[in-house]
Write a protein that binds this ligand. Structure first.
Ligand code: PHE
Length: 361
């Protein structure tokens, strides 16, 4: 028996030493120690032995198992090292080569995203937080709470996309403006508040300057003392920072929104010189936003006391100011997904707008 063991051991050791790579070494391991391997098979004979021989037999098999296992591990390490050394010797990289242009270099940030980042940067510097709301709104948040009751004509003017009526008779809408975020923010927190809410809005309308989906940024400031002077200052400071000019021409026209009183629309003055648009010069005007002092009814709707708190709100057309700033003539091209357009008007991934560096440089 002993000589059988010795014979098997030397056979296995020889096979281990002869294995030239990890795959053939694994074959040897399975032959020796696998479920049906030669050492495992030996163990099965244990039961047939007379009891007094079982112990020494078992010990012998275990010893064999251990030595073969150790030899296998040792060989495995050696083969591993040899493989690595061979790889390190054959593979090399030339670190003087220029980096391959990947998505980071070729991808473009859409002007709307870029302008949203610019706007965020400017208002964050003035201490505004970012608020958000859903694109699919309730009629209540989009209209009723904003002082637009059921039969109000403003509901028609909004060219609203309605969803089908639910069982309880209510209809969800694709929000027609970002103003419902005013309501959500006020319902969710106590004054004072200073937020902006950028996002998508939807109206059933399409021509060179209107698309069924477009972007707005809402602004809302509520506290005990904020007045129209603050509103004008904030909007003027924003316009100067955004268009990167020292002086900007703004025209505040009396207007009407159910959720503000008084209400204004604001135009930006510009000149068109050839293809170039110059902000702060000339006598052309483009309407870019609506604003006003938050209507007392709106404050009541969210449980604020209009005798204690007040403030202003504004809603800026993001696509409009992007067109003005970057001289993009057709709004529909924004959403045409034409790569040539995006290559031309888009921004590099690393062009992160910061006030310190100049918002668009
Ligand atoms: N929600 C208005 C619109 O979409 C803009 C606005 C916002 C006006 C806030 C006043 C105050 O036209």
């Amino acid at each position: 028996m002993t000589s059988n063991f010795e014979q098997l051991e030397s056979e296995l050791q020889a096979a281990i030493a002869a294995a030239g790579d990890l795959v053939s070494l694994e074959d040897v391991r399975v032959t020796a120690l696998g479920k049906k391997g030669r050492i495992s098979e030996l163990m099965k004979g244990l039961g047939e032995l007379p009891p007094e021989e079982r112990k020494s037999f078992g010990q012998a098999v275990n010893g064999l198992k251990e030595r073969v296992g150790a030899a296998l591990n040792e060989r495995k390490d050696a083969l591993h090292k040899a493989e690595m050394t061979a790889r390190l010797g054959s593979e090399q990289s030339d670190i003087t080569l220029p980096p391959r242009p990947g998505p980071l270099a070729e991808g473009r940030i859409h002007p709307v995203s870029q302008v949203m980042d610019e706007i965020t940067e400017i208002f964050a510097d003035m201490g505004f937080a970012i608020a958000e709301g859903p694109d699919i709104e309730t009629d209540y948040h989009n209209f009723t709470a904003l002082n637009i009751p059921d039969e109000h004509p403003a509901r028609q003017e909004h060219d609203t996309f309605y969803f089908n009526e639910k069982e309880d008779g209510s209809r969800a809408v694709l929000r027609t403006h970002t103003s419902p975020v005013q309501i959500r923010t006020m319902l969710g927190s106590k004054p004072p508040l200073r937020i902006i809410a950028p996002g998508r809005v939807y109206r059933c309308d399409s021509d060179q300057t209107h698309t069924p989906m477009f972007h707005q940024v809402e602004g809302l400031v509520i506290d005990e003392v904020t007045h129209m002077g603050h509103l004008k200052w904030v909007l003027e400071s924003f316009a100067k920072a955004f268009f990167e000019v020292d002086e900007v021409k703004m025209r505040f026209r009396a207007s009407h929104f159910p959720f503000t009183e008084p209400s204004m629309e604001v135009d930006i003055g510009y000149a068109k010189v050839g293809d170039e648009i110059r902000i702060g010069e000339g006598d052309q005007w483009l309407e870019i936003l609506g604003c006003g002092m938050v209507h007392p009814n709106v404050l009541r709707h969210v449980g604020y006391d209009p005798d204690k708190v007040q403030g202003f709100a504004f809603g800026v057309g993001i696509d409009r100011i992007a067109m003005l700033k970057y001289g993009m003539p057709d709004l529909r091209a924004f959403f045409g997904a034409d790569l040539r357009w995006l290559k031309h008007y888009g921004f590099g991934v690393l062009d992160v707008p910061t006030l310190a560096r100049g918002i668009s440089s």
